[in-house]
Design a protein around this ligand. Structure first.
Ligand code: GDP
Length: 437
């Protein structure tokens, strides 16, 4: 429970054992042992933690009741709280209050969802970094750069009679260049951020019997793999999220790979093309016991200009197709011999993926990484507004016009941290939270 009445409500339903009865005298950050009661009936034996505002998650008075698990007891305790004046929290309401009460900014609040929903350690770590406030500080720093010049502009506009140092267009341009450079760097970090958050969208392509399902199984059964299955963007497709050696892969159309097994008909080239288009990475798998066929040529055609790795499968058998094959070499892709069945070459495959996406180069401790599309879009918008402002300067517009444009940039940045964001957007963001957070 959080809020000014929460201790009062707790008082009505909690009978502490052998301790101070007056809640106001109980210290913050302590736990008390006792019972939750309703009309003298004991509902459960509990431990209650006290957090006195402003040093709490929401900055309000807060308490947490730790009961025995199980649905009945939890429901009953909730019911008693509600009967005695508590209100059910909306999704994300605790974090929303922390934001509205100014303990964290919007960017930090959003990182709480990322931490809860993280599918990989990397993703959780980026979330924690953002919650710590490093990215917020960077945005604040950029805003401050703009404000420093803005103040001079406003003084010049409002008090032309004062002998303030004239802000020159050069000064403004210089500031805009610096700010733009910082924002471009952040915008670019979203490429990494997207991969950390969503995984490398990976398609396994190959003709029937090349070994697609065997490879899929080999990847999914990997000891260190954490697999999450969820519905794909289009109906009937399943996407599987795996993290192996810290590399997050989102395997697309895994259902298609499995279905193809039962179907006499192979998956058509159109469908394959569609999947290839969506993918960040293609694993093109060929049966090395046979020569290339027309279907293989079509796949080689699809991987042109894409990030792809060629896998020569069934290396445990007599080889017909080798790395020296001129058609394969023409593709300029890395070629790896594997046996999906016997787990040969799979480790080399992961190493290659890591290299291809420069995963080893991302320093999670130092680099500021944008993972949230809302933040990315606002940064892109701020960059566009910087360009517009520069154009107005070129056109020798008066200072007050330039000032209006600069305010737009500040507003874009303020929306990231939540100062200038509308209530609708705030509600939308917190609606994505789960209950009780
Ligand atoms: P898909 O149609 O592309 O999904 O191919 P499958 O994964 O179903 O493999 C087709 C056949 O090749 C199956 O009988 C597999 O057991 C076999 N196979 C797949 N990979 C290997 C391999 O690396 N070595 C051997 N010896 N057989 C393999």
């Amino acid at each position: 429970m959080s809020g000014k009445d929460c201790f009062e409500i707790l008082n009505k339903i909690f009978k502490p054992k052998n301790v101070e009865k007056d809640i106001n005298k109980i210290k913050g950050y302590t736990m008390k042992y006792g019972y939750i009661v309703e009309n003298e009936d004991i509902i459960d034996e509990v431990l209650v933690s006290y957090f006195k505002g402003p040093k709490s998650y929401t900055t309000e008075n807060m308490c947490e009741i730790n009961s025995h698990g199980g649905n009945i007891i939890l429901k009953k305790i909730l019911e008693v709280c509600l009967k005695n004046g508590a209100e059910l929290a909306e999704p994300g309401e605790f974090t929303k209050r922390a934001f509205l009460n100014g303990r964290i900014d919007l960017l930090q609040a959003e990182s709480v969802i990322d931490i809860i929903e993280a599918k990989s350690e990397r993703e959780a770590k980026t979330g924690i970094k953002q919650l710590e406030g490093k990215l917020s500080k960077k945005i604040e720093e950029i805003k401050q750069n703009i404000l420093d010049v803005m103040v001079n502009i406003e003084v010049s506009i409002d008090y032309p009679e004062y002998d303030v140092e004239d802000v020159t267009n050069n000064q403004i341009s210089e500031m805009l260049d610096q700010v733009e450079e910082k924002l471009l760097k952040l915008e670019k970090s979203f490429d990494d951020g997207k991969i950390i958050k969503e995984g490398i969208k990976t398609a396994i392509l190959g003709k029937p019997n090349a070994g697609k399902s065997s490879l899929l199984n080999s990847i999914l059964k990997e000891e260190r793999a954490i697999v999450t299955q969820y519905e794909g963007t289009t109906r009937d497709t399943i996407e599987e999220f795996v993290t192996i050696n810290g590399i997050p892969l989102k395997l697309i159309d895994t259902a298609g790979i499995r279905q193809a097994k039962d179907e006499v008909e192979k998956i058509g080239i159109e469908k394959t093309r569609e999947i290839a288009k969506q993918a960040d990475l293609i694993l093109a798998i060929f049966d090395s016991t046979k020569d290339l066929t027309q279907e293989d040529f079509e796949i080689l055609d699809l991987i042109k200009n894409k990030k792809a790795i060629i896998l020569l499968n069934k290396v445990d058998l007599q080889q017909v197709l080798t790395k020296e094959n001129s058609k394969l070499k023409e593709s300029n892709c890395k070629i790896i011999s594997i046996s999906a069945l016997k787990d040969i070459g799979i480790e080399e495959l992961y190493k290659e993926i890591e290299k291809l996406f420069k995963f080893g180069e991302i320093n999670l401790d130092q680099d500021l990484i944008i993972t949230n599309i809302r933040h990315k879009n606002l940064i892109t918008k701020a960059i566009e507004n910087i360009k517009k402002t520069k154009a107005t300067i070129q056109e020798k517009m008066p200072l007050d016009v330039i000032a209006i444009f600069i305010k737009d940039i500040l507003e874009d940045l303020g929306k990231i941290t939540g100062e200038t964001v509308s209530e609708d957007i705030i509600n939308e963001i917190f609606a994505k939270f789960c209950l009780g957070k």
